[in-house]
Design a binder for this molecule. Sequence first.
Ligand code: COA
Length: 333
Amino acid sequence: MNSTKTYRSRISGTGSYLPEKVLTNHDLEKMVDTSHEWIMERTGIYARHIAADGEVTSDLSLKASQRALEAAGLTAQDVDMILVATASPDQPMPNTACILQHKLGARTCMSLDISAACSGFVYGLVVADQFVRTGAYKHVLVVGAEVLHPYVNYKERDTCILFGDAAGAVVLSRAEEDQDSEIYSFFLQGDGAIGDLFVLPAGGSALPFSKEVLENGQHYVRMKGREIFKHAVRTMSECCHEVLRAHNMPPSEVSWVIPHQANVRIIEAVAKHFGISMDKVVVEIEDMGNTSAATVVVALDKAVRDGRIQRGQNLLLTAFGAGITSGAILMRY
Ligand SMILES: CC(C)(COP(=O)(O)OP(=O)(O)OC[C@H]1O[C@@H](n2cnc3c(N)ncnc32)[C@H](O)[C@@H]1OP(=O)(O)O)[C@@H](O)C(=O)NCCC(=O)NCCS
């Protein structure tokens, strides 16, 4: 490895996978006191996908990864490192990245889970870029995957309408000399002072599983929705501002914004802040809901596959999540 030379990263392939089972607003109307109209108006979500019994995060990751590798024209043997961004790993140990490495039939490479909740994929892509940039690795598989439904209380109307299961993956590769793809700038932050806005209380050393935990529902996610909304708009706007400023690029030169898909009104508020029209924003929330670490990468894959995103375009990825974590990446696709 040449220690002085640096390289540019290029997304060489994308893939995604949504489980077959679908839970619509009309299904939820039968489960909690809500209505299709309320959910559509307040969130923009119509349906969420729910993993089948026994279908775990590494299974969803595997399908998305295989599609990304195929799109890149690579095989699992080409992968130098695996990063899995997830808040819902198969189990606490071993990490999901190692389980995926084995299921994929990849070499025994560096395999790491990234824990940054809904910002996890954006964090992961930045980590991958550092390894490609230095020349340490040539092809890094970056996955955002969640099976969230076990952590959702389907008796609580303010949370159960939001979340779904999904996985997306990209292969981040070293760009060849004649390819002008590049990650221009990134900005990531974590603010633990407001960490109580969105929590999964039990299952860690602070509150191990017990009969009481189950009785009190502490194994389910809890959030302060209205406050998260406010901070989501603020932090994503800040992060986008920082990456644009760092590369001296006006918002008008951004071809596509690919934001975390948590609530369509949050997305609209961020776009409005930058004067970016909604037809330059990739919105895929209606059919999948909030799939945490998977949203940005699934939206990216969908827009690549249907031809909205083209080579040479400037992409602005942004996310926020529990932590509170947030981040943005400005790149040439
Ligand atoms: C959760 C969220 C959709 C609620 O929308 P909102 O416009 O903020 O609604 P509010 O919380 O102000 O609630 C308004 C009313 O609707 C009610 N309500 C909440 N959920 C409801 C539902 N599913 N159906 C019908 N009514 C509902 C509330 O009880 C409240 O009633 P009240 O005024 O009588 O108290 C919205 O705040 C949100 O998306 N926040 C971000 C959440 C998020 O992204 N979390 C993950 C972080 S990655």
